[in-house]
Design a binder for this molecule. Structure first.
Ligand code: NDP
Ligand code: HSE
Length: 441
């Protein structure tokens, strides 16, 4: 069984290392030796730190390598949309099996890859694309196929989980925690894809597609990052017995017309410290799956890094190689349900709102009236002095106070409209923060 490796960076180098170290075991598991036919890279002369591989295998001609007749499996760990998409479509149409870790491509145009795999008759596996080493996609696409998944809630980005965990532990602000994440090598030099939620949104699209048997793309995912989360938000969450996590949430539900639909979103949210995802610290990932018959399941582990990601890649390589030897292919894409994606405004959630208000009679009534007009039910209200001072202690003396309001579940559009109207009130000096609350009150 011969494979073409596209990319030899953080993940690719570990794939090479593991292929070398485990070659005898992998051959025994597959039923045939596994050999590298070639490795496509961008810079042929790059120092690869003494990788255990023949330097003559490196090439810059990826397409030529893919097209070779002696290549059975193409492993893509380059990343990005192009040229990866064209190369993988070419490989799949030619009947090769493909293993990829490329979540951005799968979320952008996974349909093109699945269609090409169906045309060529090879396998398309991508376990490493979501949550690194954690076996998660195989359970969704195989083990849980007898069940009906209702919701997937996950922490699928290690960088942001490291930052939010550091903010919770030390009280640091976002910038300080990001600096620490960069120094320790968790955050990349350009952290935009992680901190703005693009990486998590791509993973959310892949999870939703598999869980709900429907094609969901990155553009269908409502996305918010963590750059606006402040130390005060984290402190407020703590005071409520909560912590803040960047969550990906994909759920089934009826849309405005009563048809079954899905909602897929990525945003920071407060979750109770008692929730299983609250204890997921550092750069770890965890995904909580709810299904009708299975109930609640949780998957936990390392979501990134060369070796953990290579573990998932090699698991896929063994699976597709076995299939080729047996002359079979895995079940093809399951997108039969074709459920529509609901707009974010229809998502059911709760809000935690901090308001800086004038502290005088009638203010609470006016604020509560806004919630009532939008049919949003208030769960709790807490008042404290503005800025930690003593001018808002409830003496009606004309100072300011901080009002912290947590709502019951309501459509996101109603909650957003409530916040918009609150911002327009004279008695509201500022809306200090708005965060969603998930996971039971
Ligand atoms: P790196 O940037 O470390 O490596 C990319 C590799 O691709 C390099 O070897 C580079 O060549 C090669 N490459 C880039 N462009 C081209 C091109 N046009 N032609 C040929 N080769 C090219 O990326 P990672 O290993 O970190 O990530 C790879 C994939 O795995 C991505 O899709 C990523 O999202 C995914 N992934 C990564 C994880 C991680 O922890 N790093 C976790 C989960 C998924 P050269 O070496 O010459 O520069
Ligand atoms: N940048 C990602 C993270 C790793 O921080 O989780 C690859 O998915």
């Amino acid at each position: 069984m011969r494979l073409a490796l596209l990319g030899c960076g953080t993940v690719g180098a570990e794939v090479v290392r593991l292929l070398h170290e485990q070659s005898a075991d992998l051959a025994a598991r597959i039923g045939a030796p596994l050999e590298i036919a070639g490795i496509a890279v961008r810079r042929i002369g790059r120092d690869r730190g003494g990788l255990p591989v023949d330097p003559a295998l490196f090439t810059t001609d990826a397409l030529g390598l893919i097209k070779r007749d002696d290549v059975d499996v193409v492993v893509e760990v380059i990343g990005g949309i192009e040229p990866a998409r064209s190369w993988l479509v070419e490989a799949l149409r030619a009947g090769k099996s493909v293993v990829t870790a490329n979540k951005a491509l799968l979320a952008e145009d996974g349909g093109a890859l699945h269609d090409a795999a169906a045309e060529g008759g090879g396998d398309l596996y991508y376990e490493a694309a979501v949550a690194g080493a954690i076996p998660l996609l195989r359970p969704l696409r195989e083990s849980l196929h007898g069940d009906r998944i209702t919701r997937v809630t996950g922490i699928v980005n290690g960088t942001t989980n490291f930052i939010l965990s550091a903010m919770h532990a030390s009280g640091a602000g976002f910038a300080e925690a990001l600096e620490e994440a960069t120094e320790l090598g968790y955050a990349e030099a350009d952290p935009t894809a992680d901190v703005e939620g693009f990486d998590a949104a791509a993973k959310a699209a892949i999870l939703a597609s598999l869980a709900f048997h429907s094609r969901v793309g990155a553009a269908d995912v409502h996305r918010e990052g963590i750059t606006e989360v402040t130390a005060a938000d984290v402190a407020s969450a703590k005071a409520m017995g909560h912590t803040i996590k960047l969550l990906c949430i994909a759920a089934r539900g009826a849309d405005g017309q009563g048809r079954e639909a899905v909602s897929v979103r990525v945003h920071p949210a407060m979750i109770p410290l008692t929730h299983p995802l609250a204890s997921v610290g550092d750069a770890f990932n965890a995904v909580f799956v709810e299904a009708d018959a299975a109930g609640q399941l949780m998957f936990y582990g390392r979501g990134a890094g060369g070796a953990p990601t290579a573990s998932a890649v090699l698991g896929d390589v063994v699976a597709v190689a076995r299939n080729r030897l047996a002359g079979v292919r895995a079940a093809s894409e399951s997108a039969y349900a074709d459920l529509p994606v609901r707009p974010m405004g229809e998502a059911l959630t709760r809000y935690h709102i901090s308001l800086d208000v004038a502290d005088r009679p009638g203010v609470l009534e006016a604020v509560a009236g806004v919630f009532a007009r939008h049919h949003v039910s208030i769960a709790t209200v807490r008042q404290g002095p503005a800025g930690g001072g003593n001018d808002g202690g409830g003496n009606g003396g004309g100072g300011d106070a901080i009002l912290v309001i947590v709502t019951h579940v309501a459509p996101d559009a109603a909650l957003a409209a409530t916040v918009r109207e609150l911002r327009g009130l004279d008695i509201v000096r500022s809306v200090a923060s708005v965060l969603r609350v998930e996971g039971g009150l």
